[in-house]
Design a protein around this ligand. Structure first.
Ligand code: PHE
Ligand code: ZN
Length: 866
């Protein structure tokens, strides 16, 4: 039976726990089908607890063997046991302080949801965020209960790991002690036949830390880059935030079956192997980039998330927004800052703006949820990071650092709220942030529009903000929007050094004296001025800058802000594609401008590659929808193709020259410099293949010495129709799981739209298609939904049926990943009536399934309610 709709959990209903934990001791006797977990937990009544004083322990899928209070065994009459947990009434408790002991049995081999303790490729591992610990033992599984843990593991497996420092070990057992109080979601245990890539790090105060990356035998030669990224992250957090590591060891483990990217368990990070393992032959530059930023992200959580954690799951952005911001800062410092910013904004728009524009829009700090796993979203993470960036811009870098110092001083060891976070900033900077807080409590992407006139030697600029309604939030209050800006003359001279204006009401006007600006710039007074607004994407808003095509060409050629240079080009490309969609032809001026930009050799090659990239098909669908049109995914795909052909024709000599010039040579490095060259070279390759045919791609593929080049050749050949290429790639890589994920994904993403569903279907019959492995499932099903939108939106509805069938199937095993993948349907309102009916039909069919998970049913209900 489908459960009666589970009740939402509300932020407004938060109450402190009735009991706090002083210490936890756990003993695991590992066995795949019957692991015994013994717990000994020292409780004390919470003076701030407003509850009835009952002891409430969460617990799911546990077989209770025995339990006792202060050594006295309890009988079934002493407690209330439900499928969600166990309650001992206050009158049965020995007093305000007592020791709870329990033994439970669990079945890790049967745990396909990959939450709690599970097995993956012969090893045991855990995933406890957000609410997985309750599947390991009875416990107050909420982040505001923090305690030191001592763990004993008994198993014949050679490597036995848990959080904190190793305490003792012998044949068949190991003990670990984590002195830092932590919530249960940061608990971790790993056991397996693993080998370590080890190193050392000396902290700023001179403490020696052992670093280990644990992998399956055979993978140890693929850990060097992750280790290097870890050491650089540790140093960076010391230098930039003054944060030092606080244990004797730091362990990372790579596992093949993992729902997310990685997890910041205290002292024992667990990673999806995709974000650890890399070698020249098997990993692309993009993979290296992800490894670096995810290693950094999980490490940075040690302070922002672990030492200071969240009071409740509504505050998830407290750790995630801040930690994403920190990993973005790290990547910007490590690689090119403008390229990093453009890539972050591309992600934000592709995932978060999309979410904010549809039925799943929610606050950065949600007010209610049914299943918390459904709120690990782009809004909480990526928009959450943008809010930190705005705050930093508003208070300035120095005060930001002072506020962070105070945050760590004041709240170390605590479980905090967004109110605590903002109060620190208010106290340190003396500002009132009550209006800024609206960013956390209002959903939707604000729209900012600009108008200006030049008259009597003055520029008159007017900015206005508008906040469109989102589900459950019809009316909104103005937010605080920092708009970084400059002014350019029509020749591209900078008239105004960059300044930031704060738009905090419905509108704002500013006057600028042109004579004075011209005098300072040493030029004659211009009769036209081009505002360069929202430089560096200073706020997560949709800007209508009101710029003519000519103005944008000036910014593309001359804006000193690289972000806005790129943005001008992007907006010209989007406009051109929109015109082509309705029968127009591209403006040669755009191609001339791109040609000049590509020739600027002092520009970062990665930046030039970004300027050459077209808006995605999903971007175009949203742009069409915003323009009041009904997007046709097939036409969008064809238009983008036509544009690539036109660009290749117009830029052919330049692209061919770049293809030769950007060859990094035989000595391989995954560093930013070489990666940039490969990015530009491979962009040239794919564009040229549109007009030249496959010869260049064939040679490129044959000559490739690294996966970046190999996959670029492979996907180009898939598109130009080399009949044998998939088999050849398969035969070369069939024993490498991570490379085979690429093989599955590429064939679907690069299929002609009308063949994409059939190809995806055929791949799900391939012997290597293990759909219970989240990476493999995402490769094929996500390869269609994200990688091939025109194929997914096939007018027959075959793509929708395919997705619905697989979501239903996966939901029975792994609700979290099924629910996450259902977001492919979130844009259904954009499309024509036929497609809408097909999508809602697919959603209704999912909703009607017996035994649907809370995860997927919440998602389907929210998407459907639009
Ligand atoms: N907390 C993890 C991170 O952001 C993400 C995660 C959430 C992993 C839930 C697993 C489960 O780094
Ligand atoms: Zn995180």
């Amino acid at each position: 039976m489908k459960d009666a709709s589970p009740q939402p959990i509300r932020l407004a209903d938060y109450h402190p726990p009735s009991h706090l934990v002083e210490a936890v001791e756990l003993t695991f006797r590992l066995a795949p089908r019957g692991t015994r977990v013994r717990s000994k937990i020292r409780f004390r009544a919470n003076p701030a607890g407003l509850e009835n004083g009952n002891l409430r322990l969460d617990g799911e899928n546990l077989r209770l063997v025995s339990c006792a209070l202060d050594g006295t065994p309890l009988t079934a009459l002493d407690y209330l046991l439900t499928p969600e947990g166990l309650t001992v009434p206050a009158e049965r408790l020995p007093g305000p302080s007592f020791t709870w002991e329990a033994e439970v049995e669990i079945d890790p081999a049967d745990n396909t949801a990959l939450e709690g303790l599970y097995t993956s490729g012969g090893m045991f591992c855990t995933q406890c965020e957000a609410e997985g610990f309750r599947k390991i033992t009875f416990y107050p599984d909420r982040p505001d209960v923090m305690a030191p843990f001592t763990v004993r593991i008994e198993s014949d497996l050679p490597i036995l790991l848990s959080n904190g420092n190793p305490a003792a070990s012998g044949p068949g057992w190991a003990e670990w002690h984590d002195p830092w109080p932590k919530p249960a979601y940061l608990f971790a245990l790993v056991a397996g036949d693993l080998v370590a890539h080890s190193d050392r790090f000396t902290t700023m105060s001179g403490r020696a830390v052992t670093l280990n990356i644990w992998v399956r035998p055979g993978d140890e030669d693929k850990c060097a880059y992750a280790m290097d990224a870890l050491k650089r992250s540790m140093r960076w957090d010391e230098e930039v935030y003054g944060r030092e590591y606080d244990l004797d060891v730091f362990n990372i483990v790579a596992v093949d079956d993992f729902n997310m990217g990685a997890m910041e368990n205290k002292g024992l990070n667990i990673f999806n192997s995709k974000y650890v393992l890399a070698s020249q032959k098997t990993a692309t530059d993009r993979d290296y980039d992800f490894i670096e930023s995810i290693v950094a992200h999980e490490y940075f959580h040690n302070w922002t998330g672990n030492r200071i954690t969240c009071r409740d799951w509504f505050q998830l952005c407290l750790k995630e927004g801040l930690t994403v911001f920190r990993d973005q800062q790290f990547s910007a410092d490590t690689r090119s800052a403008p390229v990093q910013r453009i890539e972050d904004v591309l992600q934000l728009r592709a995932r978060q703006f999309r979410e904010d524009a549809g039925p799943l829009a929610h606050n950065v700090r949600p007010d209610a949820y049914v299943e918390i796993n459904n709120f690990y979203t782009a809004t909480v993470y990526e928009k959450g990071a943008e809010l930190i960036g705005m705050l930093r811009r508003i208070v300035g870098a120095q005060e930001y650092r002072a506020a962070l110092d105070e945050y760590f001083r004041r709240h170390d060891g605590q479980a905090c709220t967004i109110e605590d976070w903002l109060a620190v900033f208010e106290d340190v900077t003396g500002r009132d942030l009550s209006q800024f807080k609206r960013w956390y409590t209002q959903a939707g992407t604000p729209r900012v529009s600009a108008e200006w006139q030049v008259a009597e030697g003055r520029l008159h600029l007017r900015l206005a903000q508008e906040l469109p309604p989102t589900p459950g939030q019809p009316l909104k209050e103005p937010v605080v929007i920092p708009v970084a800006m400059g002014l350019l003359s029509p020749e591209g001279a900078e008239l105004l050094p960059e300044t930031t204006v704060i738009l905090d009401g419905p509108e704002l006007t500013r006057d600028f004296d042109l004579d004075e600006m011209a005098r300072r710039a040493g030029i004659a007074r211009p009769d036209h001025v081009i505002p360069s607004l929202l430089r560096g994407f200073s706020a997560p808003v949709i800007l209508d800058a009101g710029l003519s095509r000519a103005d944008r060409l000036v910014l593309l050629a001359h804006d000193p802000d690289p972000f806005n240079r790129w943005e001008a080009g992007r907006s010209l490309m989007r406009e051109t594609l929109m015109e082509m969609l309705t029968g127009g032809a591209p403006d040669p001026a755009l191609f001339d401008a791109l040609d000049r930009l590509l020739a600027e050799d002092r520009l970062d090659a990665a930046f030039r590659a970004l300027c050459l990239a077209l808006p995605s098909e999903d971007d175009m669908a949203q742009a069409a929808h915003d323009a009041g049109l009904v997007p046709d995914p097939t036409a969008i795909h064809a238009t983008r193709r036509a544009m690539q052909v036109a660009m290749a024709r117009a830029l052919q000599p330049r692209l061919a020259a770049l293809y030769d010039a950007m060859d990094p040579g035989p000595a391989y490095s995954p560093d930013a410099d070489q990666a940039a060259k490969r990015a530009l070279r491979n962009s040239a390759l794919t564009l040229l293949a549109r007009i030249e045919g496959p010869a260049r791609a064939k040679a490129h593929y044959a000559a490739a010495t690294n996966m970046t080049d190999e996959i670029a050749g492979f996907t180009t050949l898939l598109e130009t129709g080399d009949p044998d290429i998939a088999r050849r790639f398969h035969d070369r890589w069939k024993d490498d799981r991570l490379v085979m994920d690429k093989w599955f994904m590429a064939q679907v993403a690069h299929a002609a739209p009308e063949q994409a569903v059939a190809i995806a279907e055929a791949l799900t019959d391939h012997p290597l298609f293990d759909w219970t492995n989240p990476n493999r499932f995402r490769s094929v099903i996500g390869g269609l939904t994200s990688g091939n939108p025109a194929g997914f939106h096939d007018p027959t509805g075959a793509g929708y049926r395919f997705l619905a069938d697989w979501l239903i199937r996966l939901d029975a095993k792994n609700p979290q990943t099924a629910a996450r993948m259902s977001t492919a349907f979130e844009t259904w309102r954009r499309y024509d009536a036929d497609r809408q009916a097909l999508i809602t039909g697919a959603l209704d069919r999912i909703a009607a399934q017996d035994g649907l998970s809370r995860d997927l049913s919440e998602m389907v209900d929210r998407i459907r309610a639009a």
